[in-house]
Design a protein around this ligand. Structure first.
Ligand SMILES: NC(=O)c1ccc[n+]([C@@H]2O[C@H](COP(=O)([O-])OP(=O)(O)OC[C@H]3O[C@@H](n4cnc5c(N)ncnc54)[C@H](OP(=O)(O)O)[C@@H]3O)[C@@H](O)[C@H]2O)c1
Length: 246
């Protein structure tokens, strides 16, 4: 197993690619802390992991609430003693445009998509530094590289996530490696909210692989980035998009 004796926090693990990552990390031996706001879904993920004979717990809360971030790391250390891996995956979509977005929505998107990652990084970095080792995986997006009409707050937040990931790598190394994954179209609840794969067929047609990604396509890359298999990869924003942006 690739993550034996490791403790991993995965935010946004009650659904989609965060859930797939939490389950895969647990199967690889990590003790996993499942983070989200929906208790039924959080419990379902932890129950699945435990039924398979692996270890996990959930901590419920809003990752954009900085006090909750403090509580999350404290509860993780209390239960499992340390933090080795942090996956900043919690995120929300906004369809607003530059001219329509309110400052309240702009602020909310940034608090969920960026501020939570910064705060959790600030909290786990001293633990990882003291151990001499740690890994942070941030979930950015193909929207970290390019813009489209609409989605301005989301696109801006994901560009920020890319810059934050590179800054983290520079400032937290050599003990802590930090990389970001930039998913393309992945079939999750977020995409279902846009009408699902059928409604997004045009994007699928533009991918050389001619399919929508699945949450497991991201989880396997997160696992690679969390292990020493990727020990010479740092500060990268890695597209996992079926070739959409190639
Ligand atoms: N799907 C795509 O095509 C795609 C493409 C590029 C990037 N991404 C990014 O991938 C990440 C995961 O998205 P997904 O597609 O897997 O979506 P998803 O299935 O909707 O999952 C989103 C997760 O984030 C959690 N979450 C949202 N706001 C939160 C908050 N304030 N505090 C704590 N947890 C919160 C949700 O949990 P609760 O509801 O339990 O709080 C849920 O577990 C996001 O950062 C997203 O921007 C997605």
């Amino acid at each position: 197993m690739k993550l034996e004796n490791k403790v991993a926090i995965v935010t946004g693990a009650t659904s989609g690619m965060g859930r797939a990552t939490a389950v895969l990390f647990a199967r690889e031996g990590a003790k996993v802390v499942v983070v989200g706001r929906n208790e039924a879904r959080a419990k379902a993920v932890v129950d699945q992991i435990k039924e398979e004979g692996f270890e996990a717990m959930y901590v419920l809360g809003d990752a954009s609430d900085l006090a909750f971030c403090d509580e999350l790391v404290a509860k993780t250390v209390e239960a499992y003693g340390t933090v080795d891996i942090l996956v900043n995956n919690a995120g929300m979509l906004s369809l607003s445009s530059v001219t329509a977005v309110t400052m309240e929505e702009w602020d909310k998107i940034f608090r969920v998509n960026v501020d939570s990652a910064l705060r959790l990084c600030q909290l786990v970095a001293p633990i990882m530094k003291e151990k001499g080792k740690g890994v942070i995986v941030n979930v950015a997006s193909v929207a970290s590289f390019a813009a489209h009409h609409g989605f301005a707050p989301y696109i801006s937040s994901k560009h920020a996530m890319a810059g934050l990931s590179k800054s983290m790598a520079w400032e937290l190394g050599p003990e802590i490696r930090v990389n970001a994954i930039a998913p393309g179209l992945i079939h999750t609840a977020m995409v279902d909210g846009l009408g699902g794969p059928a409604a997004l067929q045009g994007m699928i047609d533009n991918c050389p692989v001619k399919r929508c990604g699945q949450p497991e396509d991201i989880a396997t890359v997160a696992l690679f980035l969390a292990t020493d298999d990727s020990s010479f990869i740092d500060g990268q924003v890695i597209k996992v998009d079926g070739g959409f942006e190639c």
